[in-house]
Design a protein around this ligand. Structure first.
Ligand code: PMM
Length: 268
């Protein structure tokens, strides 16, 4: 899944694709580089980001979603708002990517259900203003599993098709670096919930900390793509449904490497 942030303030690429024509060109490039899904977002959800009125969010994403869907791309709308999801599904999007798992705007579950759309249910706590304070766990894996299971029940009760439900541990959303690593190390606990997994690690802060130099200064976002692709290889080898990444080519290559290894293993 290639990231297409049509925002002024996303942490790694804010402002780069704010113009619809530039966003469209970038989306097409991501597709040529091997993205199976294009995830279009018009509101940054990073910690401390500003909330965006729905009409502004829609003005950013709708023309881009419409044009990419007309190209034949599988388009995902990265939003926590039911109204935005609804308009984008009408414009040809096929996936609703909701990092709040229906907590920010519960109506979004009805929208996904009504359209028969794939629904990505992310784990988060609080909201972008408070999520850093909510990164407190006795056992992060057990608690994320319990909370995702509860949100899954709500989504299914709203009519989301269980065959179209994808779960996401929500790396960085109310999670510190150690929480992210623990979740990545114990994905089988999330897989046991019985739905495919999407993982969004691309360029996130915990990778910057991992790659810090001897002075302790974190590696900047654009220097985190190698570590992102390394994680893609590991996650693809274990068979996750998807990874959400900014730099598509190395991750698409990693997916192909993992697929070749799996095929060779099966052929023996
Ligand atoms: N992370 C971001 C945005 N959307 N969606 C899903 N499903 N999972 C994520 O981890 C996720 C997401 C934040 O990253 P960005 O600001 O670079 O888009």
């Amino acid at each position: 899944m290639g990231v297409l942030n049509v925002t002024p303030d996303s942490f790694s690429d804010g402002g780069r694709w704010l113009d619809a024509d530039q966003a469209l060109a970038h989306g097409r490039l991501l597709r040529r580089q091997g993205a199976d899904v294009l995830d279009v977002g018009g509101e940054s959800t990073r910690p401390g980001s500003e909330r965006v009125p729905v009409d502004v969010e829609l003005a950013r994403v709708l023309p881009v979603v419409r044009a990419l869907a007309a190209d034949g791309a599988v388009v995902s709308i990265d939003t926590v708002h039911a109204e935005t999801a609804d308009a984008c599904l009408r414009a040809g999007a096929a996936v609703v990517n909701d990092v709040s798992g229906g907590l920010a705007d519960p109506e979004i579950l009805d929208v996904a259900a009504r359209h028969g759309a794939r629904y990505v249910l992310g784990h988060w706590r609080g909201d972008p203003a408070t999520m850093n304070e909510r990164a407190v766990y006795a056992d992060v894996v057990a608690e994320v599993v319990t909370e995702l299971a509860a949100r899954t029940r709500v989504a299914l009760a709203a009519g989301v098709d269980p065959a179209l439900l994808v779960l996401d541990p929500g790396l960085g959303f109310a999670k510190d670096a150690e929480h992210n690593w623990e979740l990545l190390a114990r994905l089988e606990a999330l897989e046991a919930l019985g739905h495919p997994l999407l993982v969004g690690a691309s360029r996130k802060r915990f990778l910057g900390a991992l790659l810090a130099g001897p002075d302790g200064v974190p590696a900047p976002p654009l220097a985190r793509d190698g570590a992102t692709a390394a994680l893609t290889a590991i996650l693809a080898a274990r068979g996750v449904w998807g990874v959400r990444v900014h730099e598509v080519r190395p991750s698409a290559d990693a997916v192909r490497v993992a697929a070749a290894l799996r095929a060779a293993g099966r052929a023996r």
